[in-house]
Design a protein around this ligand. Structure first.
Ligand code: ADP
Ligand code: MG
Length: 393
């Protein structure tokens, strides 16, 4: 069911706590990459225009529940101020008298950025005391950080349960695109799944098996599918405890008559060390001392053919050890084979986005999901705690 958004609630003069995703890379005390800050601007600007008192809260990095000077949000406050063209006040905590006073003195349309919420150990534990202290700062809660909704944290779930809670515009966009993939994709719909481990992503394939025409499986996770069918994978990354899941998925896909493309050839090496000997071999001839690190050229041809004419594509997970050329070749070739004009192409996952950028084809992508893990959990069809607490429309 669609969620209420900031447009569906009266925010004028209200104290509105907005959970944003300002988890941006910092370099030498400055924001090195500001895509996530820009993505939050529509919601923040709208709230300012409506005369709300805007209080922003985010995590940054993994500070282990204690203050870490390298992970303070001061550089974010500066960059946000430049981008939004309004003053942004920043405080050095998320709760306590200093923060309460800053909220108290906030004018309508003013912006206050709180400190990195993960300095509090209660955040990741969804501690009710921390949630209550956050709720005391606001009249309304808005979540615009899609990448957090699979986490039951205090600034995502705890506080949302204590106040009227709605979605921001970025959240709304994510939910529209991803629910569109599940409910009314234009066909044919092709899913490409790669990445290191099958255990992260088998749930998505299990849910999509009834919804797509084709599944292209590459990367480390393809090894487990190949091994589950009896192939010897040498030193390749294989999850032996997932053979049953892999086999059951393949037989469900077969029963449904959908096309599953697994690698038929692989680029293999004796180790991951740069300069180690490399060969391209048929997928059933990996060799004892060798490991599969990329899909081979024949597989690239099969994947490319399967993508021709696709009207909807969802891709998560690089098809090889793309950080280390030449094992980026398969991933780059498939990025370049993505359908352009007219097709809906959705990618998710930090490494996938990096790989597609490297391939220079970002302009073909219809939607880049801001939350890798959250988008996978969503497409698994599982409930997400951070969404469950937002009001339905
Ligand atoms: P994303 O960040 O897009 O969700 P993942 O983190 O799941 O993607 O997977 C990306 C990682 O998987 C990369 O570090 C990549 O090197 C690794 N990977 C892909 N294929 C293989 C392989 N055959 N062997 C080892 N690692 C692989
Ligand atoms: Mg990753």
């Amino acid at each position: 069911m669609p969620k209420k958004t900031v447009r569906d609630i009266d925010v004028k003069g209200k104290r509105v706590l907005v959970r944003v995703d300002f988890n941006v890379p910092l370099k030498a005390g400055k924001v090195a990459e500001d895509t996530r800050i820009k993505a939050a601007l529509p919601t923040i600007s709208y709230l300012c225009e409506q005369g709300a008192k805007v209080i922003l809260i985010s995590h940054l990095g993994r500070p282990k529940g204690a203050p870490d000077d390298g992970l303070r949000l001061d550089p974010v406050a500066i960059r946000l101020g430049e981008l939004i063209g309004r003053p942004v006040r920043k405080v050095d905590d998320c709760t306590g008298p200093e923060v309460e006073a800053a909220v108290e003195s906030l004018d309508a349309s003013g912006i206050l950025l709180l400190e990195n919420i993960r300095f509090h150990p209660g955040e990741t534990k969804n501690d009710p005391h921390l949630s209550q202290r956050l709720a005391a700062l606001c009249d309304i809660f808005v979540n615009d950080a899609f990448g957090t909704v699979h986490r039951a944290h205090a600034s995502v779930v705890g506080v949302a349960a204590l106040r009227p809670a709605v979605a921001g515009f970025l959240m709304k966009k994510e939910l529209e695109v991803l629910s569109g993939l599940l409910s009314r994709p234009e066909r044919p719909f092709v899913v490409i799944i790669g990445g290191a481990k099958i255990s992260d992503k088998i749930g998505v394939l299990e849910n999509l098996v009834d919804r797509v025409e084709k599944m292209l499986i590459g990367g480390g996770m393809a090894n487990t599918f190949l091994a589950a069918q009896g192939q010897k994978m040498g030193l390749s990354l294989v999850e032996t405890d997932r053979f049953a899941a892999a086999r059951s998925l393949l037989s469900r896909a077969k029963a449904r008559g959908l096309q599953v493309v697994l690698p038929v050839d692989l680029a293999v090496a004796e180790s991951q060390a740069p300069g180690a000997p490399i060969r391209v071999v048929p997928a059933d001839a990996v060799g004892e001392g060798w490991m599969a690190l990329d899909i081979g050229p024949e597989t690239v041809r099969l994947f490319t053919a399967a993508l021709a004419g696709a009207k909807t594509v969802f891709w998560n997970g690089p098809l090889g050890l793309f950080e280390q050329p030449p094992f980026d070749a398969g991933t780059i070739a498939i990025a370049q084979a993505l359908p352009g004009n007219g097709a809906t192409t959705v990618i998710g996952g930090g490494d996938t986005v990096r790989a597609v950028k490297r391939a220079g084809v970002m302009e073909k992508i219809t939607h880049v999901s801001t939350g890798g893990g959250a988008s996978l959990r969503f497409l698994e069809g599982k409930g997400l705690p951070g969404l469950a607490v937002l009001q339905d429309k």
